[in-house]
Design a protein around this ligand. Structure first.
Ligand code: ZN
Length: 231
């Protein structure tokens, strides 16, 4: 039996497992009885939107939604992934191989397909790097926008945020590193809107750091951390 970090929620226990013993998230597409990770099933996206289903387990969500986002999405408050239950988000950041290990590269393909299946690309600007740090952003308020036929969630003020890396709470240094190395990408995009765009981004960055200051993060120095965390 595979070991997992933390308690596995019953909702995740109910999911099918892949050949390694990992629970297969609800959003993953299947073909010939095999999960096509990381291809997302467009029908699941429709159901998540229409019936407020959790992206990880597929069951109905309550009033509070937990968005699992990278630090850059905390700055611009936009994400292309539907929200989850808090316990599902928690299990995902602790155990998902991609989120728990900053060294795991995103699976990319040259021709836009994965194992012969077209990859359904998320809406908006996708930052193609592993941020090393995941944030769980809990909120009751969000708006869904349509970007070229694909949904984008504009997330409201957080009820609570937490930061995670390497199957544990992230350190302040990890959060700072992840944001500082990702900001040039956001600046490039903001520059397209001229000085007003840059000013708006500066405001968003300021708000983000105020938010981080309110979160209790372990302020420890882990040897070799910064070198390893570079994607
Ligand atoms: Zn769930």
């Amino acid at each position: 039996m595979r070991e997992f970090v933390g308690t596995m929620p019953a909702r995740i226990e109910a999911l099918p497992r892949d050949h390694r013993g990992f629970p297969v998230p609800w959003f993953v597409a299947w073909q010939d009885g095999k999960p096509l990770f990381p291809v997302l099933d467009p029908e699941k996206m429709r159901q998540a939107l229409r019936h407020e289903k959790c992206w990880v387990c597929g069951q109905r969500l309550g009033a509070y939604k937990a968005f699992v986002i990278g630090p850059m999405c905390c700055v611009n408050r936009v994400t292309a992934e539907p929200p989850c239950h808090l316990e599902c988000a928690q299990f995902a950041v602790l155990n998902c191989p991609f989120m728990a290990s900053p060294l795991t590269k995103r699976t990319t393909t040259d021709d836009g397909t994965y194992k012969g299946q077209p990859i359904d690309k998320p809406a908006g600007m996708m930052i193609d790097r592993n941020p090393g740090v995941s944030c769980i952003w809990i909120t009751k308020s969000f708006q869904i926008e349509n970007h070229g036929g694909k949904p984008l969630w504009r997330i409201g003020p957080p009820h609570k945020v937490s930061f995670w890396a390497r199957s544990r709470v992230a350190t302040r240094a990890e959060v700072e590193h992840s944001v500082v190395t990702g900001l040039p990408i956001l600046r490039k995009v903001a520059a397209l809107d001229g000085p007003a765009g840059m000013k708006a981004l500066d405001r968003q960055i300021g708000t983000f750091w105020e938010l981080v200051d309110e979160v209790e993060l372990p302020d420890i120095d882990l040897p070799g951390l910064m070198q390893e965390a570079v994607p």
